[in-house]
Write a protein that binds this ligand. Structure first.
Ligand code: SF4
Length: 322
């Protein structure tokens, strides 16, 4: 049984005459204990995808299955089921924690909201959760403003773990932290995955973080997954020109900072609008390798190597995959 199974998901906003196609035919499956990284620039559809997983937005087409239950209809019962199985860790721990509340009340909030346990069992659970994220018990009565950024993020993780979710959705969880604190929060997440087997989806534009935080990566561009595979496959041999451009922009030690558009291996220009998606391959206006066919025909997804898929006319399907 998969934790999450999205099949041919689309999501449109706007009006019939001006549709915003935020997600187009996205399929993803996440197994128990798996860590999936989702990368892409602004406007790629990452946030819409996260909102669907959290039960905050319904789909326009496709099916959503969570723990083998079809929750596509987005009924009140479906949303309650989702909220009991999926929890979110936010980018900015300061703005996601109520500054007037004590840490013990913040962590206990999901337990109270779901009516779990008595006051005594909730207090005991909060103490265990503080231990599990490596925070001292003396923080129980502190308020968020008395903690550092890394400590606040650990509180956010403890709160997300309170109701024992099957899936943690992490939205840029280390973006507001300095590098040494980032590393400790990432270690904590790895430890939680290994000890508790909770599946994790991490949304980030930081490919250095994703490399350490994900077993598998999905690269999104204009509402589609353009490439997916294991982290090792994508970092060693990215197949799609967009993935290649993203990964070649990762600064290496001693490099001057490079951004998309600076040299011929990197993508040019800005991402197009979901209001006006280019014909053919949606990446063609920025692709350094675009040819005639790219402007007229949308590429299909092909399997490049076992478990690695890309949408590009140039990639060769692996033998026997079509
Ligand atoms: Fe570039 Fe063409 Fe491949 Fe699209 S299909 S990524 S435009 S080479």
């Amino acid at each position: 049984m998969s934790v999450l199974d999205l099949t041919h998901i689309s999501r449109n906003f706007g009006t019939a005459s001006r549709p915003v196609r935020a997600l187009r035919d996205v399929s993803l499956r996440i197994e128990k204990g798996e860590r999936l990284g989702i990368v892409g620039e602004s406007g790629s559809g990452k946030t819409t995808l996260a909102r669907i997983v959290l039960g905050l937005t319904r789909t326009s087409a496709g099916t959503v299955r969570l723990l083998d239950r079809d929750v596509t209809a987005h009924s009140a019962a479906d949303r309650r089921f989702i909220h009991g199985a999926v929890q979110m860790v936010f980018q900015d721990p300061m703005s996601s924690l109520n500054p007037r509340k004590r840490i013990k009340d913040i962590i206990a909030l999901p337990l109270r909201a779901q009516g779990v346990g008595t006051a005594a069992t909730r207090a005991s659970r909060v103490r265990d959760l503080l231990d599990s994220v490596g925070l001292p018990q003396r923080f129980l009565n502190a308020r968020p403003g008395q903690l550092s950024g890394g400590q606040r993020q650990r509180v956010g993780i403890a709160r997300a773990l309170a109701i024992e979710p099957q899936l943690l959705l992490l939205d840029e969880p280390t973006a507001s932290l300095d590098v040494s604190v980032q590393a400790r929060v990432l270690e904590l997440l790895v430890g939680l995955q290994q000890r508790l087997g909770i599946a994790q989806v991490m949304i980030s534009h930081n490919l250095g973080v994703i490399r350490h935080a994900a077993d598998r990566v999905a690269v999104m561009y204009l509402g589609q997954i353009v490439e997916t595979g294991t982290t090792a496959q994508l970092y060693a041999s990215p197949a799609h020109p967009y993935t290649q451009a993203l990964f070649s922009a990762i600064p290496r030690v001693g490099d001057k900072k490079r951004t998309l558009g600076e040299d011929h291996t990197l993508a040019r220009g800005e991402v197009a609008s979901a209001l006006n998606i280019p014909d053919g391959c949606p990446f063609h206006p920025r692709c350094p390798r675009a040819s005639h066919i790219c402007r007229s025909a949308e590429p299909k997804q092909v399997e490049v190597s076992p478990g690695q898929f890309a949408r590009c006319h140039l990639v060769e399907p692996m033998a026997g995959s079509v």
